[in-house]
Design a protein around this ligand. Structure first.
Ligand code: SF4
Length: 430
């Protein structure tokens, strides 16, 4: 029996799909590309914007049209938030919401008529999905991780969020904050190392909120992972500024496998809008955090730390003046990269009914302004690192005779393809 996977959205979804794939393969299914004929299609959906919801539903329709006789299983954020709409789409066999993710593999096998309970258990344990229900392993979160890329893997350590920011559907789509126990995270890091992968990116919805389920601390997780033999580098995919404590920064700066690369969501550089969003910090805290990290990890005049930030433009009430204030803040803190996206009105969130909705065309103009600013700041960061010696972990893809990899501080380097360098930390002069 053949199964195909389609994934939309964030790294968490990709890590989950990878984990499901391992489970289905262990049950004897063959994974095929999604545009080939399969007996089962698993669509892992996204709901971050209205466009993602639409894309998710279109994909579900498309696979059914491609192969009307196949089973179509749907999971992910859109499946949770738009369950009724998805269930009504012709050809949908089963929908799994946020609390049912540990059931995706065993229940799909059951519907497909493959094996019995013992078979499902084998598949689940091969995938690293403990238990059999929503309350399994850390309160319904399993330690998903991605494989396939020989150099870097994404390891999920946390899921869900309790923050309920005014614009965000994630707490509704992925549920309350919960974490994978440290011991399970370490076990999975060891499995990843056994596959020859050298770098792990820790992912979660609100990664720094680690410990809600088990009472463990994020710093203890970092320390435990740091000891896993074979893994040479770690990155934290994203961490809320208020949860990035000085103890964590001091420890990372003391010479660990965690790289000088921080992705910190800012969302806006205006205190008035941060308050409107319900974020848990102000610009002073944010700027102070970057300053502290720089003081611990950089020498004057050499910007070693790569700061990536998320920025939303066009929140209701973002006047031109507040937008310019936000841009002014970005100029002051000088991140190396800005991931900018327009506010998307999500039904059921407080921001959807706020006054001062910004026209779409204006949001897109603001995105373009921030993109231009990002291009300038990114170039400045690269130029400041010109001539510096760094170690690059080269990846396996051969693109027109070139290979690429990243430095510890996330500078992308490319060179002529050399298979002997794949997966090896190689010193280069930038
Ligand atoms: S911190 Fe805010 S924006 Fe981030 S997932 Fe939680 S609610 Fe959404």
């Amino acid at each position: 029996m053949k199964i195909a996977f389609l994934t939309l959205g964030c790294k968490l979804n990709y890590a989950e799909t990878s984990t499901y794939e391992r489970g289905f393969k262990a049950a004897g299914l063959e994974a095929v590309p999604w545009n080939e004929k399969a007996d089962i299609y698993l669509v892992n959906t996204c709901s971050v914007t209205a466009v993602s919801d639409r894309k998710s539903r279109n994909l579900v329709r498309r696979v059914h049209r491609m192969n009307p006789g196949a089973l179509v299983v749907v999971t992910g954020c859109s499946a949770e938030l738009r369950r009724r709409e998805i269930e009504k789409i012709e050809g949908v066999t089963r929908v799994f919401g946020a609390e049912e993710k540990t059931l995706v593999v065993p229940e799909t096998l059951k519907v497909a008529g493959i094996g019995g309970a013992a078979h499902s258990d084998t598949a689940r344990s091969a995938a690293g999905i403990a238990g059999g229900g929503a309350s399994a392993s850390g309160g319904g979160v399993f330690a998903a991780y991605s494989t396939g890329e020989r150099t870097r893997s994404f390891l999920r350590v946390q899921d869900g969020c309790d923050n309920f920011c005014a614009y965000c559907t994630v707490p509704y789509a992925r549920g309350r904050s919960r974490n994978v126990p440290i011991a399970e995270c370490v076990e999975n890091a060891r499995k990843i190392a056994a596959e020859g992968v050298k770098e792990i990116v820790l992912t979660g919805v609100n990664t720094g909120d680690f410990g809600r389920t088990t009472g463990e601390s994020f710093l203890d997780l970092l320390k435990a992972l740091n000891e896993v033999p074979g893994i040479e580098r770690y990155r934290i995919s994203s961490i809320e500024p208020n949860l990035l404590g000085e103890d964590i920064i001091d420890w990372i700066a003391s010479g660990t496998k965690f790289q000088p690369h921080f992705h910190i969501p800012l969302q806006t550089g205006s205190d008035e809008l941060l308050y409107r969003m319900g974020r848990k910090y102000d610009t002073a805290l944010f700027a102070g955090k970057l300053e502290y990290i720089r003081s611990r990890m950089e020498t004057p005049g050499s910007p070693k730390v790569f700061f990536g930030i998320d920025l939303m433009v066009g929140l209701p009430g973002e006047t031109e003046e507040l937008f310019m204030e936000s841009c002014g803040f970005l100029e002051r803190i000088r991140p190396a990269f800005i991931h900018v996206f327009p506010y998307s009105r999500r039904p059921g969130t407080p921001a959807a009914s706020m006054s001062g909705q910004v026209p779409e065309a204006e949001k897109h103009r603001r995105v373009a302004v921030v993109e231009a600013l990002c291009a300038r700041l990114h170039t400045e960061f690269l130029e400041a690192n010109h001539g510096v010696r760094e170690k690059v972990l080269f990846e396996s893809t051969d693109r027109n005779g070139l290979m690429a990899g990243y430095t510890g501080n996330y500078i992308r380097v490319s060179r002529a393809f050399d298979p002997s360098l794949v997966g090896r930390l190689t010193e280069v002069v930038l």
